[in-house]
Design a protein around this ligand. Structure first.
Ligand SMILES: C[S@@+](CC[C@H](N)C(=O)[O-])C[C@H]1O[C@@H](n2cnc3c(N)ncnc32)[C@H](O)[C@@H]1O
Length: 282
């Protein structure tokens, strides 16, 4: 077993090293903590991501790792387990059609406009929101107007640093690059840093959407919850949609990912089009 974990895994070895029972157990654990549904097709992904933790802990089987999690519910290993199994793909101005909608909404409401970005990952999404608010509302605030959270502490660390690869901002306009980023020098010339003035308008914090109480200072004018509910089951999605409605101001907007559909749910959030929901009167 030890050798299997040290070798670059080949498909035939994966099924040996991670049994159906272990995969099932891991799926249950991440579902209960984070709401993430892992299908049996994710076997290679689970193996690849968790075998690093096994090596670092000098464990020789997934069963040993599962036993640590099960017997130590408060162990810091839980956070590393979660960080290993989240998928953090994101980019600046992803699903770009949402940002003119946000700009127009912010301009129509203006004062004290606040946004919650609920699955912020490495920060590209909250930065895109913050840039949009700065462009359309001006730098009218001191302090944060974008609350950005994620369950994964490692992505939040990167988000807080505000450092990205130069190529990550290639699609931004020259004005956005000039206004909001500083170019690295010397060996950092392939990196950029978000200017402190923009970064200070974003407040990053860890938050699990499954928590029974959300430590986010609602109500908000807009909530972004894009490309995370696809990992949850229908019951979790329905519960979150109800709770988002309670965190929005009247007329507030909820932005979801383009492949996420909740129009069948009865409640106060009505589809406005382009994966944007609006809070309507009860
Ligand atoms: C695919 S990324 C989406 C990032 C961004 N919203 C976007 O659309 O580009 C999904 C993010 O959801 C986060 N996530 C997964 N489960 C979560 C939970 N229970 N609570 C909060 N965030 C969660 C992951 O850590 C990951 O960073």
């Amino acid at each position: 077993m030890n050798d299997i974990l040290r070798l670059p895994p080949r498909l035939s070895q994966l099924s040996d090293a991670l049994s159906d029972r272990e995969l099932h157990k891991i799926s249950q654990l991440i579902y209960r903590r984070a709401g993430i549904v892992l299908s049996q097709q994710k076997r290679d992904m689970v193996f690849n991501r968790l075998s690093r933790r096994l090596r670092e802990l000098s464990l020789t089987s997934f069963s040993e790792y599962i036993a640590i999690l099960e017997t130590q519910p408060e162990s810091p290993e839980w956070q590393l387990f979660i960080n290993s199994l989240t998928t953090n793909l994101t980019s600046f101005f992803r699903e770009a059609y949402h940002f003119p909608v946000l700009a127009q909404h912010a301009q129509s409401r203006r004062s004290g406009y606040r946004v919650w970005c609920t699955a912020a990952s490495t920060g590209e999404e909250p930065c895109s929101i913050a840039m949009t608010l700065d462009e359309y509302l001006g730098a009218t605030v001191s302090g944060p107007r974008v609350w950005a959270s994620d369950i994964d502490t490692s992505v939040l660390e990167k988000a807080t640093s505000g450092v990205y690869r130069l190529e990550d901002i290639h699609a931004l306009s020259l004005t956005q690059k000039r206004n909001y980023f500083l170019r690295g020098t010397g060996e950092n010339s392939d990196k950029v840093r978000v200017k402190p003035e923009l970064l200070s308008t974003i407040h990053y914090q860890q938050l699990n959407l499954l928590d029974s109480k959300w430590a986010a200072p609602g109500p908000f004018d807009a909530i972004f919850c894009r490309n995370v509910m696809i990992y949850f089951d229908a019951a979790t999605q329905a519960r979150l949609m109800q709770r988002f409605a309670q965190m929005l101001k009247p007329g507030g907007l909820l932005f979801v990912g383009h492949s996420e559909h909740f129009n069948h749910l009865k409640g106060r959030l009505r589809l406005r089009g382009q994966s944007v929901y609006e809070l309507v009167e009860a």
